[in-house]
Design a protein around this ligand. Sequence first.
Ligand SMILES: Cc1ncc(COP(=O)(O)O)c(C=O)c1O
Length: 402
Amino acid sequence: MTDVGLHTSELLDTALRVDARARARGPITGREYDVAAYPVHARSAKGSRIRDESGREYLDFLLGYGPIILGHNDDRINNAVIRCLVDGGANCMAPLWPPEQVELCNLLCEVVPNAESAFLLKTGSDATSAAVRLARIHTGREVVLRSGYNGWHDWSAPHPVGIPKSVRSLTQEFSFDDLENLEKLLLDNAGRVAAVMTTPFQESRTTSAHLAAIRDAAHRHGALFILDEMRSGFRLALGGAQEYFGIDADMATFSKAMANGFAISALTGRADVLDGLARTKISSTFFASRPEMAAAITTMRLLRDTSALETIRTRGEQLMDGMRPIFSSRRDVVSVHGYGPMPALVFAPDPAARAAADRFVEACVARGVLVHPNHQWFVSESHTSKDIDHALEVFDAAAAAL
Ligand SMILES: Cc1ncc(COP(=O)(O)O)c(C=O)c1O
């Protein structure tokens, strides 16, 4: 019996009847949901480990798609949230704001380069959409050029279905590695581009010079440069990719690792751009919700004041260094990319390689290591050197499935 009162065997059946997300998403690997091949529901998580609904434990390299930076269910963060709820007296107090809002904005302005002011929201898509609205207000232009996944809202959704053509036509995607393609789009839309938004890197590593070239192209054409730091923020470095690559963005967007799993996001940047908030309405009931702010303040202070980020980088590099020789003989199918705190095992886009990815991932899952066939992986402070050695042994055995 689960905590929600369903027998484990009924959980997936019931989900496939009543949970629109389960009905829409489909399984991570394979053609049909198969909880033995890849678990669907989680029961609990602690540190580097997650337990599925049947009680099986996995060493987790997905970490909620990135938010878990210290480790699952971290007592330091839980206690900050509990203290906030018990001592703080209340959660939602609108139209008044919690003092934590000031404290967190101040902390963001201290640790994020070029953050003259900060705006707190709930999700990553909130933050990227707010950045686009503010860029349009600041420049008086409408077109957005973007690269990477920037969220699900109409202007950025990766799939065009359900989105009016008139809306879609205002956003164009550029190829991250292709500066000529970016320049052409800027010229084709001369005088109309409000912002160039990109994640700081995609699968492969990038350079400061490449990011500077994207920024300079945006500025040359009168557009703002926005870095989407949803995955890199507080992970690649405390100040994100702006600090790591020494690159200045007009605005930067954050969420994920900011609060070790609590739902909060932030937009930081030039005060004159963020002051555009006075001319529009970007507001939501739960933007001022207090426990998530307490979680974010505590997470960011721990990342600032302890060696957590150094531990994460060391463990991640140990993982990547160990993975390279395991996959070196199958470069036609798979290669190791990314940075230690967020490594990527990238499979070739052809159907045979995709099927190999599924087989590899299922072989890892069968051995108790949770990885993903087509998403970046993540490492947390709670992953020990022994965890990494164990994962490498599992990858070595699972590589036979390639
Ligand atoms: C780079 C990037 N930008 C934006 C988003 C959207 O964030 P959210 O899912 O919190 O709306 C994501 C989410 O995965 C992301 O990875």
